[in-house]
Design a protein. Structure first.
Length: 439
């Protein structure tokens, strides 16, 4: 028996997450995802309150915001492409190598956004370059989640897979907290210069964060399941074709399930922020409460992930989905009432509790639908497809629905409920994964 085989079996048999190797793996998944999502969600915040004034100011307020959200959407459109590319090589040559590459791509794109000249300085080339860099961001983060979630899940004991995978998920709200607080602090510090040059500072800070993340990520070993796959020579030359040919139902249902929390994210933390600010709510207050909502998302994410290890992914996701359907219209009314307390309640309940409960179990839920040899590809395709449809287009869609509805929330609410309902039905149609023996 080789030393590698012995190490694989030893790690597969561990019953605890509290070992040196597992702590390093979980820290890498969490911190690496947090840094990448800092970059990605920083753009979403900027799209809500900055880019419409810096890159699209000549279009008028309504259309400028729509154009800004359109550039936001390009990153989400690129995420499935990133999932396919990184999934292919992640299933062929390993999870770790792809995670290192995704972090380098993300950091480079975000730093360059901070160096872009405004449209007033160079004309149309500025928004064109903005879109191109946003696409690079989308490809990078499209490869991040699948690798980070699988690094944790494939190294964890069976009864703790949900909690382990949630560390990659939790990196999202952690990155959102960091991005929001940095933007808020810089906005307060630079005052009237924020839209002139201050907005660039959070983007340029990405270079430092990426350097920290790389130090941590390079120390992590490949997952035991992938090493066993290498020894068995079961890797596929074209994992994407295998997924589409043999697992199309799993892809579609997992995608629909993941869209629920992504719709919450797009409506509450992107569109909702712009609605609150446009209705006269203090910008710094909105950003601070957005950060508070993300902190609660983080806590609820961990709690519901651990709960799903005991009660099952399907049960937790179903209860969360029902809660989202019931609360959709009340939350929208609070978002649009023009007060900071209304926004605070909406973001705390909607983003913190509903989205957090939907978010916690989803990593393990999706990963458990696919075998090891195509898991990176299948999980990334489902998750990133949902990100494109559920979050990338949601701000644009609901902006259009609000305009079509004459400024009312009824069409927006109907859309939100329909997305969560579809996701809940998809969850009920998939098998429970907590007892599945992953190969």
């Amino acid at each position: 028996m080789t030393e590698s085989t012995t190490a694989v079996r030893r790690q597969q048999g561990t019953a605890s997450l509290n070992t040196k190797d597992m702590r390093r793996i979980l820290a890498s998944s969490f911190i690496g995802s947090a840094i990448e999502y800092y970059d990605f969600i920083l753009y979403a915040t900027a799209a809500s309150i900055i880019f419409n004034k810096v890159f699209f100011a000549n279009l008028g307020p309504g259309f400028a915001l729509f154009a800004s959200f359109a550039t936001l959407a390009t990153g989400y459109v690129a995420r499935p492409l990133g999932g396919i590319i990184f999934g292919h090589f992640g299933d062929r040559i390993g999870r770790k190598k792809m995670l290192v590459l995704s972090m380098l791509l993300m950091g480079g794109a975000t730093t360059l956004i901070g160096l872009l000249p405004a449209t007033a300085q160079v004309g149309i080339i500025a928004p064109v370059l903005l879109v191109l860099l946003r696409i690079v961001q989308g490809i990078a983060v499209g490869g991040e989640w699948g690798g980070a979630a699988l690094m944790a899940l494939e190294s964890a004991p069976q009864k703790k897979r949900g909690f382990a995978a949630s560390f990659a998920n939790a990196g999202g709200p952690a990155g959102a907290v960091l991005a929001t607080l940095v933007v808020s602090a810089v906005a307060a510090a630079t005052g009237g210069q924020f839209l002139v040059w201050g907005w660039r500072v959070p983007f340029l800070l990405s270079a430092l964060l990426i350097a920290v993340g790389m130090v941590i990520r390079l120390k992590v070993a490949e997952t035991p399941m992938f090493r066993r796959l290498e020894q068995a020579s079961e890797k596929r030359k074209l994992p994407l074709l295998d997924v589409l040919r043999n697992h199309p139902r799993a892809v579609i249902l997992a995608l629909a399930a993941a869209m629920s929390f992504y719709a919450c994210q797009g409506i509450l933390t992107v569109w909702g922020v712009s609605v609150a600010v446009e209705n006269g709510v203090d910008r710094s207050g909105v950003l601070n409460w957005k950060a508070a909502g993300a902190v609660l998302t983080l806590i609820v994410c961990f709690y519901t992930a651990r709960l799903s290890d005991r009660l099952g992914r399907r049960r937790v996701l179903t209860v969360a989905g029902i809660g989202g359907i019931v609360l959709a219209y009340p939350l929208l009314m609070l978002l649009g009432n023009g007060t900071l307390w209304g926004f605070a309640v909406a973001i705390t309940v909607g983003n913190g509790i509903v989205q957090g409960a939907l978010y916690g179990p989803i990593g393990a839920y999706i990963a458990e639908q696919f075998p090891t040899h195509v898991r990176y590809t299948g999980a990334s395709l489902s998750y990133q497809g949902a990100s494109m449809l559920g979050a990338g287009f949601t701000p644009m869609i609901v902006t259009g629905l609000a305009i079509a509805g004459g400024g009312t929330i009824w069409l927006v609410g109907a859309f939100w409920i329909a997305v969560i309902l579809a996701g809940t039905i998809a969850v009920r149609l998939t098998p429970e994964g907590i007892k599945a023996k992953l190969d």
